[in-house]
Write a protein that binds this ligand. Structure first.
Ligand code: ASP
Length: 314
C-alpha cells in the first residue's frame, strides 16, 4: 500500500546541554551532524526506500561523527575501554536485531541489522557478536578508532570526582553535563512501514559489561506498524525498568492515546522511577513527538513540508 507521507525524526542524546557552555562553533558542528543524518535518511525515504534503510543510514552518520556518544566518540567505561550497544526494529514484521558490549565494530547499528536479518537471534554480545560480524564481512576497527580526547577527559573528571565521593551524589555515573550523545532515528516510509534504530557508547564510567536500554527491544527501541516507532536516550537503567519504548506503543494500542500524549506518559513513567532523558517517536500517520525531561536534547525531524527542523535546547 502506497502512502504519500514519509516521516523521519532523529536524536543525538539528552542531558544537561547549556547554551552558556556551548560555543557558536560547537553548536554549528552539532547542527551540521544532525543535518547530515536527516539528509541521509530523508534521501532514502524520498526515493521510496524503506524506513529500516533510512533509520540505519541516519544512525550511521551520527556513529561516524565524533561529537555523539555512539561509534567514534563513544564514552569510556570505568576501565577506559569503549563498549557499544545498538538495536534496530522493523515495525512491519516486528523483527528486531541488537548487539551489546561490542568493542571493535565501526558501525554497531549495521551489525544489529545483520543480527536481525542473518541470524535466528535478536541479541548478540561481546566476542560472539564480533565473531558474527567478522563472518559476515562487517568492518572491524582497532579500539583506538573510538578514542576522542573530550570523552577521555570526561572520564578523568569523573574519576577525580569519585575520589571526593561521586558526581552529583551518583558514585559510578557521569554527571548529566557530560553524558549526552546517544543517537537514534525513527521513520515512516512510503509503504507505511515504521522502523526505529538506536546506538550508544552507553554511560561514561559504566562498569565493564554493563548493558543499557539501547539494545533492549521494548526499552530503548521499539517499532510496530499498528502504532509507532520509538528511540530513547537517557538513564538506561530506568528506561529498562519502565519498558519505555514499548510503553508508548501499548498506551496507543490499548488505551487509544495519541502519540504525543503517549510519548509524554511513557517518559513520565521513567521520571517517576528517578530517571531522566528523552525519546523520539513517530506514528503511522507521520506525526512526531520528541519529549525530554532534561534541559536539552539534540534532535531533528522533517516537517510536513519537507523542511528540516533541528533543535538543541528546551
Ligand atoms: N541510554 C543510554 C544508556 O543507558 C545512554 C544515553 O542515552 O545517554 O546506555
Amino acid at each position: 500500500m502506497e502512502t504519500k507521507r514519509i516521516g523521519l525524526a532523529i536524536h543525538g542524546g539528552a542531558g544537561t546541554i547549556e547554551r552558556s557552555k556551548m560555543t557558536p562553533e560547537k553548536e554549528r558542528e552539532y547542527r551540521a551532524g544532525l543535518e547530515r543524518a536527516l539528509t541521509a535518511g530523508c534521501e532514502i525515504l524520498k526515493r521510496g526506500g524503506s524506513s529500516l534503510d533510512a533509520t540505519e543510514a541516519a544512525v550511521r552518520v551520527l556513529e561516524d561523527d565524533p561529537h555523539f556518544n555512539a561509534g567514534k566518540g563513544s564514552v569510556f567505561t570505568s576501565t577506559g575501554t569503549n563498549e557499544m550497544d545498538a538495536s534496530i526494529m522493523d515495525g512491519k514484521t516486528l523483527k528486531a536485531g541488537a548487539v551489546a558490549s561490542v568493542k571493535h565494530v565501526k558501525n554497531p547499528i549495521g551489525l544489529a541489522r545483520l543480527v536481525m536479518e542473518k541470524s535466528p537471534h535478536v541479541m548478540l554480545d561481546c566476542a560472539g557478536a564480533e565473531a558474527f560480524a567478522k563472518e559476515n564481512g562487517i568492518e572491524l576497527v582497532d579500539e583506538k578508532y573510538f578514542f576522542t580526547q573530550e570523552r577521555w577527559d570526561a572520564l578523568q573528571k569523573i574519576k577525580e570526582a569519585e575520589k571526593h565521593g561521586g558526581v552529583g551524589g551518583k558514585k559510578f555515573f557521569i554527571s548529566e553535563h557530560d553524558r549526552h550523545g546517544t543517537v537514534g532515528a525513527v521513520a515512516l516510509d512510503k509503504s507505511g512501514n515504521l522502523a526505529a534504530a538506536t546506538s550508544t557508547g552507553g554511560m561514561a564510567n559504566k562498569l565493564p559489561g554493563r548493558i543499557g536500554d539501547t539494545p533492549v527491544i521494548g526499552a530503548g527501541t521499539y517499532a510496530n506498524n499498528q502504532t509507532c516507532a520509538v528511540s530513547c536516550t537517557g538513564d538506561g537503567e530506568f528506561f529498562i525498568r519502565a519498558g519505555a519504548a514499548h510503553e508508548v506503543s501499548t498506551l496507543m494500542e490499548y488505551r487509544g492515546i495519541k502519540l504525543q500524549a503517549a510519548a509524554q506518559m511513557a517518559l513520565d513513567g521513567v521520571k517517576k522511577l528517578g530517571g531522566s532523558g528523552g525519546l523520539i517517536a513517530i506514528d503511522k500517520n507521520g506525526a512526531v513527538a520528541l519529549p525530554f525531561n532534561t534541559n536539552g536534547m539534540y534532535r531533528g525531524y522533517v516537517d510536513p513540508n519537507g523542511r528540516f527542523v533541528i533543535e538543541i535546547y528546551r
